[in-house]
Design a protein around this ligand. Structure first.
Ligand SMILES: *[C@@H]1O[C@H](CO)[C@@H](O)[C@H](O)[C@H]1NC(C)=O
Ligand SMILES: *[C@@H]1O[C@H](CO)[C@@H](O)[C@H](O)[C@H]1NC(C)=O
Ligand SMILES: *[C@@H]1O[C@H](CO)[C@@H](O)[C@H](O)[C@H]1NC(C)=O
Ligand SMILES: *[C@@H]1O[C@H](CO)[C@@H](O)[C@H](O)[C@H]1NC(C)=O
Ligand SMILES: *[C@@H]1O[C@H](CO)[C@@H](O)[C@H](O)[C@H]1NC(C)=O
Ligand SMILES: *[C@@H]1O[C@H](CO)[C@@H](O)[C@H](O)[C@H]1NC(C)=O
Ligand SMILES: *[C@@H]1O[C@H](CO)[C@@H](O)[C@H](O)[C@H]1NC(C)=O
Ligand SMILES: *[C@@H]1O[C@H](CO)[C@@H](O)[C@H](O)[C@H]1NC(C)=O
Length: 664
């Protein structure tokens, strides 16, 4: 009997697909759920939706035979005042009752046995409300004859005078201090341990650390971390600009207003969004999208232009600058695209008055006085290393943004996109200023792929873009009135532990002998990534001149799939460290069972993975990430704080708090 149980469990483990810790609904403390939940902080006047849910589990370990409570009540009280019904408090009509049910797995065993728990739900949503007076509030959901879910809310008391005309928020996706240190090592010259030059971000006067935890798990993804940075509200993995509810519709979750929306609503300033990812990816998307599912890419592209269409929400007249990849969500299915409702979004942006550009040459010459859409590739843009060093990798990609199947060989870099965006935004909004988000997306993507050279190239390009932004703002006379932040949304467990003699590694016969190629401490030596000390591609632009020296970095991440380690640059394009085994026809045998990719790093030695075998990439990690700040309000960004504080700091600097309701 014992053996039979063990065998069943062992067999079951082979088909795991889910996570380790399952929740009925994140941030819901009992059977009564209230969003925004306990501990939520608000900007005065920030729009948000409230979602109440009462759960009645029909079976599973929490099963009750109580009826579903459809008569729950909701009150709100400002500290020191009496509680009144939510509808009365916000001066809106009592919303309609909604009901639905959903399934969830209580743990891995339930998932293996396919025994989901069924939950009935009664719910209400209060749309587009706001709290104006700073101070503490208590929101209470009362259900099941006396049970309560209480949320303590805080409207932050902050300076309402605007101090910055512009804010530029650079996000190195997945970028940690360790990566910045490694990038500095390969691209900046040092003599006897002293750097002759530093990274641009190193020169920023204020440094803080933000804690990236999501609301219901301690490792975040880029969707909920971006939501936090832009709205001051932490949420659930995969959620963009909403708290995740349990309803069937991914678009009706309770929304929180983002800094882009508030900035346009209050000041009418210009908003720019730049990413080297496909533009519907999480970090750019979270500025305008409101859905708990970050993979609604077509609808996300629509939100850049139209904002949130289905519920009364913050007014939105379109992002003023939108640069990145992801052309497949702009052209329709006749060209193989996946655009929203099969519409031609290039045409829709043009009809809305945008200039539309598809390559770097057109970007350079396009007018500064027009809203501009620049989509330069299908899918994610090419990496700095491929755009600048191994340029043959731009060929045969069939990623031209017009959907023609050609190659996108004339892609701008992050620097070109950033400086052009500043020209356009400052021309379009000479008085009201601008908010610009610039994402170096592929630091994260290449860290996932264990392709550290590409990740560090992206990081150096980010730093170069920061420098060029500072130069551009200086030339425009706007540096002093612009708050510049350089931060990340989460980390990866990366570091450098020494160096590797790749010649020795490549010639060594066995895996155990290959490991002797690693030099630690004294044998790590000096960085070899420069040809005769030549580290620059032009004044002030710091990149290595040699990406394949004999002595490379002994670097790696803390959690990985099976892979072979050779510590050498991947000259043929981004790395694929792990793949499923293939059958005789070359088809994957099991997509959820990954092995070291036989075509990757054939001279390297085998390192067995630490992650579940379904993972073919590395994963995010817990580490706090740095925040470099320069400009008005820079002092708000020193110290160690929650990721939410990045939003509140930017909002305070832009004078976005509204402490009195517009019509009273
Ligand atoms: C709950 O009920 C559903 C529907 O009858 C069933 O499919 C599921 O396996 C049950 N789950 C548990 C945990 O008993
Ligand atoms: C609440 O109390 C009423 C009356 O005692 C009872 O009929 C009902 O089942 C109770 N509901 C819940 C959800 O406990
Ligand atoms: C908005 O509503 C329309 C009409 O009901 C629906 O077709 C569309 O999917 C909705 N879009 C979103 C983003 O919810
Ligand atoms: C797709 O877009 C092209 C180019 O705008 C247009 O000619 C075509 O009619 C569209 N097809 C559909 C199915 O909407
Ligand atoms: C855009 O503005 C910059 C100044 O920042 C100028 O050098 C450039 O020529 C302008 N481009 C166009 C097309 O007007
Ligand atoms: C583009 O980026 C997304 C998000 O990181 C990733 O899932 C996808 O695989 C990337 N596309 C390619 C072709 O690598
Ligand atoms: C420095 O390296 C770059 C890139 O490899 C090269 O174009 C340039 O000519 C080099 N300069 C010197 C002085 O070697
Ligand atoms: C180690 O990795 C190799 C290559 O992916 C794989 O064949 C082997 O099963 C792994 N060993 C363990 C213990 O996972």
């Amino acid at each position: 009997m014992k053996y039979a149980l063990f065998a069943a469990a062992a067999a079951a483990f082979l088909r795991l697909v889910g996570a380790q810790t399952y929740q009925r609904l994140g941030a819901c403390p009992g059977f009564g759920c209230l969003f925004p939940p306990d501990q939520a902080d608000f900007l005065a006047g920030q729009y948000f939706d409230i979602r109440l849910e009462v759960h009645q589990p029909v079976n599973g370990s929490e099963a009750t035979d109580l009826p579903l409570d459809e008569d729950f009540t909701f009150t709100v009280a400002k500290a020191g005042s009496a509680a009144v019904s939510g509808a009365e408090f916000f001066g809106i009509e009592e919303p309609e009752l909604e009901t639905w049910d959903f399934n969830w797995y209580e743990d891995l065993f339930a998932e293996d046995d396919d025994t989901p728990t069924l939950v009935n739900v009664a719910s209400k949503a209060y749309r587009r409300v706001a709290l104006y007076e700073p101070g503490e509030y208590v929101a209470t959901l009362s259900y099941n004859n006396g049970s309560k879910t209480i949320a303590n809310w805080l409207v932050r008391d902050m300076e309402t005078t605007r101090k910055a005309k512009n804010v530029i928020l650079f996000i190195g996706d997945g970028m940690t201090t360790n990566m910045i240190t490694a990038a500095r090592l390969i691209a900046h010259k040092q003599v006897n341990g002293k750097y002759m030059t530093k990274m641009m971000m190193d020169k920023f006067p204020v440094l803080g650390h933000q804690m990236t935890h999501s609301i219901d798990s301690f490792i975040t993804d880029s969707a909920n971390s971006a939501t936090t940075l832009y709205s001051g509200h932490k949420t659930t993995v995969n959620a963009l600009g909403v708290y995740a509810d349990s309803s069937p519709d991914e678009f009706d979750d309770p929304k929180v207003e983002t800094i882009a929306e508030i900035f346009k609503r209050i000041w009418g300033g210009a908003v720019g969004i730049i990413s080297t990812a496909y533009i519907a990816d999480a970090t750019p998307a979270a500025l305008t999208a409101h859905t708990r599912d970050r993979y609604q890419s077509g609808a996300i592209v629509d939100s850049f232009l139209h904002g949130n269409v289905n519920y009364t929400w913050s007014p939105w007249d379109g992002a003023d600058v939108l640069f990145g990849g992801g052309a497949e969500y702009f052209f329709n299915s006749s060209l193989g695209g996946e655009s929203y409702n099969d519409l031609d979004y290039y045409a829709l942006f043009e009809e809305a008055g945008y200039s539309v550009v598809y390559d770097n040459s057109a970007l350079e010459t396009t007018p500064n006085d027009t809203k501009t859409l620049g989509i330069f590739t299908v899918d994610n843009m090419s990496k700095w290393l491929d755009r600048n060093v191994y340029t043959d990798n731009l060929l045969d990609q069939e990623n031209a943004p017009d959907g023609s199947g050609g190659d996108a060989v004339d892609q701008p870099g992050l620097r070109e996109m950033t400086t052009k965006a500043i020209d356009i935004l400052s021309t379009l909004s000479p008085d009201e200023g601008f908010f610009l988000m610039v994402e170096a997306a592929s630091i994260d993507k290449m860290m996932h792929a264990l392709d550290y050279d590409r990740a560090l190239g992206e990081l150096l390009e980010l730093d170069d873009s920061v420098k060029s932004a500072v130069d551009k703002l200086t030339a425009l006379g706007s540096l002093e009135e612009t708050l510049i932040l350089v931060t990340a949304d989460h980390g990866h467990g990366f570091d450098v532990m020494g160096s590797v003699d790749t010649m020795y590694l490549n010639r060594a016969a066995t895996d155990r002998q290959k490991r002797n190629a690693i030099g630690t401490y004294k044998e790590s030596g000096q960085s070899q990534y420069a040809i005769s000390g030549n580290l620059t591609y032009g004044p002030g632009h710091h990149f290595p001149s040699a990406w394949d020296p004999r002595y490379t970095l002994f670097d790696g991440v803390g959690a990985f799939p099976d892979f072979r380690a050779d510590y050498q640059v991947n000259k043929d394009g981004p790395r694929e460290p792990a793949t499923p085994l293939e059958d005789e026809e070359g088809e994957p045998i099991d997509e959820d069972d990954n092995y070291a990719n036989p075509e990757d790093s054939p001279n390297g030695y085998l390192v067995n993975g630490t992650l579940p075998v379904r993972d073919d990439q590395g994963v995010h990690s817990l580490t706090d990430v740095p925040v470099f700040a320069m400009g008005p309000c820079q002092e708000l960004f020193g110290g160690v704080y929650s990721a939410t504080d990045v939003f509140f700091g930017m909002a305070e600097c832009l004078g976005l708090a509204q402490t009195t309701a517009p019509d009273c």
